[in-house]
Design a protein around this ligand. Structure first.
Ligand SMILES: [Zn+2]
Length: 342
């Protein structure tokens, strides 16, 4: 199986982050890339650089207003006297039905859900290359490969059509799914990250051509709090095309695999032509976020179970933070999935 990654994806190096109100080092470190590259290589994958794909595939799932914001906000922010080194919101609209603000501070609040996605000089290019890795993986699968892996960093599944959040700027999984839609009538996105894929859910919430399924720590007391509950089922034509499986905190392999079987029933009933796996590795028992308790062999079993769906598959990297086993967990998933043979 091929893996896609571009060096530019490492340049984004966020510093700021608030956790329960307290300033902490941002956990979405460039070093994650080294661990994940090593993990992909250990599973026998070959790493290739994606081509440039322009704005088209990104603009297919994000608003032009938002993309212009992402590209230019850092330069605008720097012109504000006394502003922070990175773009950080400090005011948000309670509802988004009011006027669109003209100022950089207003727009930061409008387009950024939280303080976990600071924007610096390198953010736009890193996020764009991360999305291009997803596009290249999707095109590889469309050209006939059974599967491909996109080492997407920064990650994407908390980014809505016009909102960044939770370390995410461009929704790489949504971009990949939309590219696959050129050939596939129905695409499913299966999100196994520790956190609910709220941005992905939001992008496809009113659509019936992309089924969104997410397994995650119960958001009742966990990020992203406002989304990820079992009663969020889609809206309008999309009603019944969003499926959330919140899991109790510290759920381990058996509970995760059991929920995965429930997800598979829904996925089979949708009869998809292609699959995007939003692969977060932060459900790991030793991940700094500590929300679930999946083990390293557990990731192998998850990969093995997903492979049995027998669908053309784009694996998109989402979360998974610095801990000794980060690379091993990717190796375990990809090996279980049959990465070397594909
Ligand atoms: Zn996560």
């Amino acid at each position: 199986m091929k893996a896609f990654f571009a060096e530019e994806q490492k340049r984004h190096d966020p510093k700021a982050f608030l956790s329960s109100g307290a300033p902490q080092p941002n956990p979405e470190r460039p070093e994650r890339v080294e661990r994940l590259l090593a993990g992909a290589k250990s599973a026998g994958l070959t790493i290739e650089r994606p081509r440039e794909h322009g704005l088209g595939p990104v603009a297919a799932v994000h608003t032009p207003e938002y993309l212009a914001f992402l590209e230019h906000i850092f330069a605008r922010w720097q012109r504000i006297e006394g502003a922070s080194a990175e773009v950080m919101p400090n005011i948000h609209p309670l509802a988004r039905t009011g006027s669109y603000p003209a100022s950089a501070v207003g727009q930061a609040g409008y387009h950024m859900a939280d303080t976990a996605c600071p924007i610096s000089a390198e953010t736009w290019q890193s996020a764009l290359w991360s999305a291009w890795s997803a596009v290249e993986a999707a095109e590889t699968v469309m050209a006939g490969a059974p599967a491909a892996y996109a080492l997407c960093r920064p990650p994407g599944h908390h980014a809505f059509a016009d909102v960044a959040g939770g370390f995410c700027f461009i929704n790489n999984s949504a971009v990949a799914a939309q590219v696959l839609r050129k050939q596939a009538a129905r695409v499913v996105i299966l999100d196994v990250d520790l956190h609910h894929g709220n941005g992905t859910q939001g992008i496809f919430y009113t659509r019936s051509d992309v089924l969104t399924v997410s397994l995650h720590a119960d958001p009742v007391r966990f990020y992203p709090f406002f989304w990820g509950h079992a009663d969020e089922r889609g809206e309008g034509p999309g009603l019944g095309y969003n499926f959330n499986l919140p899991l109790p905190r510290k759920s381990a392999d058996a509970a995760f695999l059991e929920a995965l079987e429930v997800a598979f029933q829904r996925i089979r009933a949708f009869s998809p032509d292609a699959l995007v796996v939003a692969l977060g590795l932060d459900a790991f028992e030793g991940d700094p976020f500590g929300g679930l308790s999946v083990t390293t062999p557990g990731f192998s079993r998850i990969g093995e179970a997903i492979a049995k769906l027998g669908l053309p598959t784009v694996i998109v990297q989402e979360g998974g933070y610095l801990c000794d086993a980060l690379g091993d967990n990717l190796t375990a998933f990809l090996t279980g999935f049959g990465g070397k043979q594909r």
